[in-house]
Ligand binder design. Structure first.
Ligand code: BV8
Length: 234
């Protein structure tokens, strides 16, 4: 029977690439908590503020300095060399897993480099700034573009595919996530219930660390390559 691994990553795996996590700098951006900006209500109330939040993060992602780190690269190697299935579910909206070579990636909270038209619902890759004057590349409507990102209160993407994979995997690993946002934080319980071996790789124990059978503390750039080496040898 082929072995299958499901991996969930969070902001911690991109930290060593220079992208601040939600909990860094006590999680503030322009003195706003992300959970107050990453919401449909905030976008309704002040679309320019929310566009600025994402435009700043998109510019940083594309500044030519931010690049995948050894943790991203090790996960791409695992997908490439593991004798079984590897599904990478990420809460991150950056494209560092793809730049490292991962191909089977589900961005359950959307993608920073994509925007969605509220008129025709088309999702388009837009790498520049997006604001109230941006035209939809598909239908041409002006002013209807929003980040293709799942905000608090919105339903994450790919949930059916994720739960199906969790219910049949042999190993579930959570890497660099604080375990405070649901439904992602509840994935470990589903995998464990289904009999998977569960491992958390983080700088510090997450809010759901006690749900994991195994914990590996340390920076992802070091812990993930070590973990992948051991998996590929086993
Ligand atoms: C939903 C995209 C219904 C936007 C994000 C009360 C109780 C429980 C739940 C709720 C509640 N009230 C509301 C809810 C639901 C809510 C929620 O969980 N709120 C929280 C705040 C309590 N959830 C939702 O609204 C979700 N939708 O529930 O819909 C539903 C669900 C299922 C089925 C049907 C209906 C939607 C949530 C999505 C929000 N969007 N991101 C954007 O990016 O701007 S969330 C965002 O924050 C991230 O995507 C991530 O998910 C989350 C937390 O971030 P992390 O990735 O964990 O990063 P964080 O900074 O927190 O932690 C970093 C970790 O890395 C730390 O542990 C640190 O130690 C570690 N680390 C740091 N450096 C390193 C490292 N590790 C290794 N190496 C390092 N170098």
């Amino acid at each position: 029977m082929s072995r299958s691994i499901v991996i969930l990553t969070g902001a911690g795996i991109s930290a060593e690439s220079g992208i601040a996590t939600f909990r860094d700098s006590d999680g503030l951006w322009e003195n706003h908590r992300p959970e107050d900006v990453a919401t449909p209500e905030a976008f309704e109330a002040d679309p320019d503020l929310v566009h600025r939040f994402y435009n700043a993060r998109r510019r940083q992602l594309l500044d030519g300095v931010v690049a995948p780190n050894a943790g991203h690269i090790a996960l791409a190697r695992l997908e490439n060399e593991f004798d079984g299935e590897v599904l990478l579910v990420t809460q991150n909206i950056d494209d560092l897993h793809e730049r490292a070579g991962s191909t089977r990636v589900l961005h359950m909270h959307g993608e920073l480099l994509s925007s969605r038209c509220s008129v025709c619902e088309a999702v388009s890759e837009l790498r520049g700034d997006v604001d109230g004057t941006t035209r939809c590349p598909v239908c041409g409507a002006e002013g209807g573009m929003r980040p293709h990102v799942v905000w608090f209160g919105e339903i994450p993407l790919y949930m059916q595919e994720i739960f199906t994979a969790l219910e049949r995997c042999d190993v579930f690993a959570a890497i660099g996530t604080s375990g405070n946002v649901y439904p992602a934080a509840g994935f470990v319980a589903v995998a464990r219930e289904a009999g998977a071996h569960t491992v958390e790789l983080n700088l510090e124990p997450s809010w759901v660390n006690t749900d994991f059978e195994e914990t590996r503390l340390g920076p992802a750039g070091t812990s993930v390559p070590q973990w992948v080496d051991e998996l590929l040898k086993s």
